[in-house]
Each structure stands twice: as C-alpha cells, then as structure tokens.
Design a protein around this ligand. Structure first.
Ligand SMILES: Cc1ncc(COP(=O)(O)O)c(C=O)c1O
Length: 395
C-alpha cells in the first residue's frame, strides 16, 4: 500500500484523503456476520458521503441515513432506492418533507411536533400513509458529547413536549416507534448498554401512555473509534451481543442503528506535507501544507487525529507540535512524537480520518489547495477527486 500512497504524493504533491474500501468491505462483512435480521444497520452518510463509499454499503445491503436534501440526492445519484433510505435531522421544512415522500423515502424520523403536523398534512395531500419514528430527547446525566449529550439540543424533543401532540389526529402517519441518539464517539460498550437501556425504557413507557406502536427502536449511531494508537477499538461482536440481549429482555421487534464513524473512520487516512520546522519558546514546531481547512474536526471537537510520519520505520521519539498553514492558532493538529530527524518535504499520515473529514471541513479559508480524495478497492487505486486549487473556484 505504501507504494500506492507514494505514487499519489509523487503525482500531485498536494494533501489528500485516502480510503481503503477493501478494509471497509471486510469490516462490514464482519459486522453482519451472525447479526439477528431484526437488528438493522444503516449507514449515516454524513460521516463520509463519497459515492464510492456509499456503493460499498449499498451492495452489502445497508440502508442509508440522510440528513439533508444534498445527502438525499447524493445517495439517490449513487443508485440507492428511496425504499432503502431513512431521513433524520432537525432541519426538515414542510417542503423538504414533501420532497422526501416524493422520492419514496422509507422512514422519516420526526424531530418536532411541527414536523409531525407537516408530514401528516403532506401525506394527506399526496394520499399516502408514511412510516415514521418519533425522536426523543432524554434529560439524563451521561455527560457531554459531540451530539450534545445531556445538553438541550435541537435533536428531537423531550417526552413532555411529545405529550402535547394529539397523535390520533395524525391519521396519515404510521408511527412505528422511536429514535433517540445523544451520545457520540463512545468506546465503552457497557456505557452504551446503559444509555440504550434508559432509551428503551423511556420509549416503551411513552408508547404505552399514548397507545403507540413500538415496533422499531432506533438507537442512532455513537460507536466510537480510538483517536490514539493505544486504545483498543470496539469489538462489534460485543455490540451484537448487547443488542441481542436487549431485544430479548424487552421483547423488542426491531432494533435499528445508523452508524457513521465506526463504519468508515478507520478506513481513511489524510496525508499532508511538512513545509516548515522550527523551534520557539522551547517547543519543536512543524507547519504543514494542510490543516483544519481540510480536517476541521480537530478544532471543532478539540481532538487530534493520531499522526505518524508516512513511510518511516524510525523511532518516533521526539515531541512536535504540529500546525496547519492557516493564520489562526485554531489550526493546531496536535502534539505527537515523530522521528527527531524529520525534515521539510516529508509527509505526515493522519489515522482514523475516514469519518467527519473531507465534508466537515472549511476548504476555502486562506485559499490553500483543496484536498484530493483517493480510493483503493479490489486492488485498484482510483482518484475520483484529484487535489485542486481553491482559486479555480473563487470569483
Ligand atoms: C441522527 C444521527 N444518526 C447517526 C449519526 C452517526 O453517528 P456516529 O458517527 O456516531 O455513528 C449521527 C451523527 O451525527 C446522527 O446525527
């Protein structure tokens, strides 16, 4: 693989993301192995909506979770049928809900009483009955998270607010169950189990109170990947065992999850070049030709991607503070040990960069190069997006 990466560096000499889809496929096959057919896995394409990634998931029978009109069209353009699409997200207007129905989307997750009323009105106009789930927001003290955790967020509403809805008046909605997802990037399966148990109890209680169905409980995403070289990754057989256990314990018909980070995160890497090395106030500093303009997540959640020198078998034993090229102190990519003799022109390899990378960035700020996207699949290296200049897009 190293020679393939080197060939990209030699050809373009500009930052790029690399996705190993053979790794992704093997991982997905492993996840599906022995999975109860009533535990349904979707892919939350916000993590990485590249068509080549979507195709691998589609071909292995995963449904797709979309959270915008853009994601919907990206998924439809990649050949996914509406019947294999789930729509989540707090920003659904009445027009967008109509658009989802017209494109045959299978299930719509309702995140507010307004969405419920609007969807019912649109379904009535189109003379349809639409499958949907109610998104619940728990006020439970499991701490903070990228998804908000126990903060008040726009993701769903609490049971007290859902209590105010007259469900009997929503005759064109087939409310099949509930959705709840607040804690992202979790690495402890036992913690997830605790959250899922509270979720299931809350949903079942609410269903009983309002005589609603609870055929489907969608637990969202939230399975993390380690952002260091030491922590072991989640063993998905443990997740399967917990989900099976909960399904039996609460006599649930279907459990759904829509996973992003866990699916694609560890299949991707990001590469950029060292453009300067210096020392200031006792620190060794490296400046690269790509930073949070390409990989903004570092600054957004204050968590670095683990970095190594590309193609180096030398001891990584000297601490460096690594910065991207932007004129903001926010463009700090972390502090990592690297070989002491690392030099200008060497390349850095960021691990775990397959999820929340390319599309969660701000590529135009400072008008540096836009990163390429490179795919490895079935032994072939493909370059669907070569690196481009940002001034090509400026007006
Ligand atoms: C509704 C919903 N489902 C699933 C996901 C994917 O989460 P993760 O990447 O933690 O699996 C997200 C991420 O924001 C989300 O908002």
């Amino acid at each position: 693989m190293q020679d393939k990466i080197q060939s990209i560096i030699d050809r373009f000499d500009a930052p790029f993301f690399f996705y190993n889809l053979d790794h992704l496929k093997a991982k997905l096959e492993d996840m599906k192995q022995g999975l109860d057919p009533d535990i349904k896995l979707w892919y939350a394409c916000k993590a990485n909506p590249m068509s080549a990634v979507i195709k691998v998931l589609r071909n292995l029978g995963f449904g797709l979770d979309v959270a915008s009109s853009g994601e919907l069209h990206q998924v439809l353009n990649t050949g996914v049928q509406g019947s294999k699409i789930l729509a989540t997200g707090p920003g659904k207007s009445k027009e967008y809900l109509e658009h989802l129905i017209k494109n045959g989307v299978q299930t719509i997750v309702l995140e507010s009483p307004n969405q419920a009323v609007w969807l019912n009105e649109v379904a009535e106009k189109l003379d349809k009955k639409i499958d949907c789930l109610l998104r619940l927001q728990l006020s439970w003290s499991e701490g903070k998270s990228v998804l908000g955790g126990d903060e008040i967020t726009p993701f769903g509403v609490d049971t007290e607010t859902w209590d105010t809805v007259d469900f009997k008046s929503l005759a064109h909605l087939n409310i099949r169950g509930f959705h709840c997802f607040q804690w992202g990037n979790m690495l402890e399966v036992s913690k997830l189990e605790k959250i899922w148990e509270v979720t299931i109890n809350t949903a079942l209680e609410f269903a009983k109170k309002h005589s609603l169905k609870s055929e489907v409980l969608d637990l969202g995403g939230g399975l993390g990947i380690p952002y260091d070289f030491e922590t072991p990754p989640i063993d998905f057989t443990e997740v399967k065992a917990v989900l099976h256990k909960l399904k039996e314990k609460y006599k649930l018909q279907e459990i759904w999850m829509e996973l992003g980070r866990f699916v694609i995160g560890d299949s991707g890497r990001y590469y950029c070049k060292v453009v300067d090395i210096k020392k200031s106030r006792g620190k060794n500093l490296i400046v690269t030709d790509g930073g949070i303009n390409h990989i903004a997540r570092v600054a957004l959640v204050n968590q670095a991607f683990p970095i190594k020198q590309f193609a180096s078998d030398k001891e990584h034993d000297q601490a460096f503070q690594i910065h991207g090229p932007l004129c903001t102190a926010l463009d700090k990519l972390g502090e990592f040990p690297l070989p002491a003799d690392i030099k200008i022109g060497d390349w850095l390899e960021f691990h775990g960069a397959g999820a929340y990378g390319f599309t969660e960035s701000m590529p135009y700020f400072l008008c540096h190069m836009l990163p390429g996207e490179v795919v490895y699949y079935n032994g072939d290296l493909m370059i669907p997006r070569p690196p481009k200049t940002s001034y090509d897009w400026m007006i």
